[in-house]
Design a protein around this ligand. Structure first.
Ligand SMILES: Cc1cc2nc3c(=O)[nH]c(=O)nc-3n(C[C@H](O)[C@H](O)[C@H](O)COP(=O)(O)O)c2cc1C
Length: 324
C-alpha cells in the first residue's frame, strides 16, 4: 500500500487506544510487524491552549517504524492550528490521523470524536483544514465508525466527504457510537463504506486471530485491518496475521518465557519513558492482558492490580511460573 510518498510495509495496523498505546506499547507492536502504529488521542483545542501534556502524549523520542499522531476536535480552524503547533514543536510523525470515532461522552459532548459523524459536511471541512495545515506530502487518515446510531448510519456520506477533501485512508470500526463496543461488528456496513470511496479502507473491530483478519477482509473487501485489543499482551498476533495475509507459514506460538520477557521489557520501557510513578498504574492493565489463558488467571490478575513498583513485576512473573 502507498499513501502519498509513503510506502506502507504491511496490511495490519495497530489501533489507537487512549491509556494503552503509549510509546512502549507501540514500539512492541511495530517490532512484531504492525504496518504503522497510532498515538493515543490528543485534544486539538488543548494543544492550541499550550497544554504540554497533550504534546507529551504525541512525542515519541525513539519512534520505531511508521507512526501516526491522532488528534480529536470539533472545529476545523482549531485542528489546523494544532497541527501547525505539533509541527513547530518538532514532534516527528509520518501520518496525521483525525479521530471521528470516540464514543466517550466527554469527547462527544464537545462535538468531537463520533459526534462529528452527525455532520458529514463538517467532517469534510475538518479533513480539508488538516490537509491544508499538513501540506501535500504527509498522509492524512481518518478513524471513524459506521454512524452515530441506527437512525444515523452516516458512514458512507462521511467517508465520501473525507475522501473528497484530501484524506488518504479511512479506518472503520464497524459499530455505531450508540453500540459502543458491544454488539458484533457490522462487516456489511464497513463493506458499503469501502465500496463508496476510492481510497484505501481498513476494517476494524474484534479481530483477535489471523483467521478473523482474513474473514474480515473477505467480508468487507477492505485493503487491510486495524487491530486494537486483540494485540494487547499478544503482539505476536501481528506476525500471525501478516503470515496469513502473505500466505507464509504460521509462526510458532510464543513460549511462556517469551511472553514474560516481553511483558517485563514493555513495563521497563514504560518506566524509562515516563517514570515509574506514572507508568505503573498503566502497567497494571497492560500486564492483565498477558495473563490471558494462563492457569490461575484470577489470582494473577490480583497480582497485576497491585503492581506499584517495577520490582513487583518480577513477583508477578514468579507467581506466573509457580502456577503453570
Ligand atoms: C480503552 C480503549 C481506548 C481507545 N482509545 C481510542 C483512541 O484514543 N482513539 C481512537 O480512534 N480509538 C480508540 N479506541 C478504539 C479502538 O481504536 C478500536 O477502534 C476499537 O477498540 C475496536 O477495535 P478492537 O476490537 O480491535 O479493539 C479505544 C478503544 C479502547 C478499548
Amino acid at each position: 500500500m502507498q499513501l502519498r510518498n509513503l510506502s506502507i510495509p504491511g496490511r495490519a495496523v495497530f489501533a489507537p487506544m487512549a491509556g494503552l498505546t503509549d510509546a512502549a506499547c507501540r514500539h512492541l507492536m511495530t517490532d512484531h510487524g504492525a504496518a504503522w502504529t497510532v498515538s493515543e488521542m490528543a485534544s486539538a483545542k488543548a494543544i492550541t491552549f499550550g497544554d504540554k501534556k497533550s504534546l507529551t502524549l504525541l512525542r515519541d523520542k525513539t519512534p520505531h517504524g511508521l507512526y501516526a499522531v491522532q488528534l480529536f476536535g470539533a472545529e476545523p480552524e482549531t485542528l489546523a492550528k494544532a497541527i501547525a503547533i505539533v509541527k513547530e514543536q518538532g514532534i516527528a510523525f509520518d501520518i496525521l490521523d483525525i479521530n471521528m470515532g470516540c464514543p466517550a461522552p466527554k469527547i462527544t459532548g464537545g462535538g468531537a470524536g463520533s459526534r462529528l459523524l452527525l455532520d458529514p459536511a463538517l467532517c469534510g471541512a475538518m479533513v480539508a483544514a488538516a490537509r491544508q495545515a499538513l501540506g501535500e506530502d504527509t498522509p492524512l487518515t481518518v478513524k471513524m465508525r459506521i454512524g452515530w446510531d441506527e437512525a444515523h448510519l452516516t458512514g458512507v456520506e462521511v467517508a465520501r466527504q473525507c475522501a473528497a477533501n484530501g484524506a488518504d485512508l479511512l479506518a472503520v470500526h464497524g459499530r455505531t457510537r450508540e453500540q459502543m463496543y458491544i454488539p458484533p461488528v457490522d462487516a456489511a456496513a464497513i463493506a458499503a463504506i469501502k465500496q463508496a470511496v476510492d481510497i484505501p479502507v481498513l476494517a476494524n473491530g474484534d479481530i483477535t486471530t489471523a483467521e478473523g483478519a482474513l474473514d474480515m477482509l473477505e467480508k468487507t473487501g477492505c485493503d487491510g485491518v486495524m487491530i486494537g485489543r486483540g494485540a494487547l499482551g499478544d503482539p505476536w498476533l501481528f506476525e500471525r496475521v501478516n503470515a496469513a495475509l502473505t500466505g507464509s507459514a504460521t509462526p510458532p506460538e510464543p513460549t511462556l518465557n517469551q511472553r514474560m520477557n516481553t511483558l517485563r521489557a514493555q513495563i521497563y520501557e514504560m518506566c524509562e519513558d515516563k517514570g515509574e510513578w506514572a507508568a505503573m498504574p498503566q502497567a497494571r492493565s497492560q500486564a492483565m492482558h498477558y495473563m490471558k489463558g494462563l492457569r490461575g488467571a484470577a489470582s494473577l490478575r490480583r497480582y497485576c492490580s497491585m503492581l506499584e513498583h517495577f520490582e513487583d513485576v518480577d513477583r508477578l512473573i514468579d507467581a506466573v511460573y509457580r502456577l503453570q
